[in-house]
Design a protein around this ligand. Structure first.
Ligand code: AMP
Length: 178
């Protein structure tokens, strides 16, 4: 039997793209990982593992790369999958949260019937950077009466101190860049 893939095997499949989408940003491109089913499967297993015993009923995944990870994690946890989207994409009745960016504001939306008071939610995204997106996602989930059990990320950019924005949340991340 072959050895299980390691975090290093996974991190080798993350491509650094300098100055994308704008100068000064080092973009963490997960598409090489998606091309390798063994490494992708292992990343999903490792992101799921810490929450296996937590009776997660909904996986809330954040547009757009969060969807790619959230879908297999939801299946692995036998939880419902909830897309949290940029404004104007969801067709039915929806809740909305606005959050501050470096310049201006952005917003996320979620269908109002997607989570409720009985739900135990895991929030999934590819990258934790400043934490603003995940903090807004947690706020929107709680506004619908559900509990946020935690957040799981493939990548954490530790030098941006996103955890500081997420005080009180349980945060798991596979790969750390300091
Ligand atoms: P933040 O709200 O600052 O934590 O940013 C998180 C969101 O922005 C996530 O949805 C990420 O997909 C994206 N993001 C931020 N920084 C990067 C980066 N360096 N590489 C790839 N995606 C990023």
């Amino acid at each position: 039997m072959s050895q299980p893939l390691t975090l290093q095997d996974i991190s080798r499949r993350i491509r650094d793209v300098p100055d994308f989408p704008k100068p000064g940003i080092l973009f963490k491109d997960i598409t090489p990982l998606l091309l390798d089913p063994k490494a992708f499967r292992r990343a999903v297993e490792l992101m799921t593992a810490p929450f296996r015993g937590d009776r997660i009923s909904r996986v809330v995944s954040i547009e757009s790369r969060g969807f790619l990870l959230g879908a297999p994690i939801a299946l692995a946890l036998e939880a419902g999958l909830v897309p949290m989207r940029k404004p104007g994409k969801l067709p039915a009745e929806r809740g909305r949260v606005e959050y501050a960016l470096e310049y201006g504001t952005d917003a996320l939306e979620m269908h109002s019937d997607a989570v409720g008071a009985a739900d135990r939610v895991l929030i999934v995204d590819d990258v934790l950077a400043t934490g603003g997106t995940a903090a807004a996602a947690a706020q929107l989930v709680r506004k619908h009466g559900a509990g946020v059990v935690g957040c799981t990320f493939l990548i954490e950019l530790d030098f941006l101190h996103g955890r500081g924005r997420l005080t009180g949340e349980r945060i798991e991340a596979l790969l750390h860049y300091t």
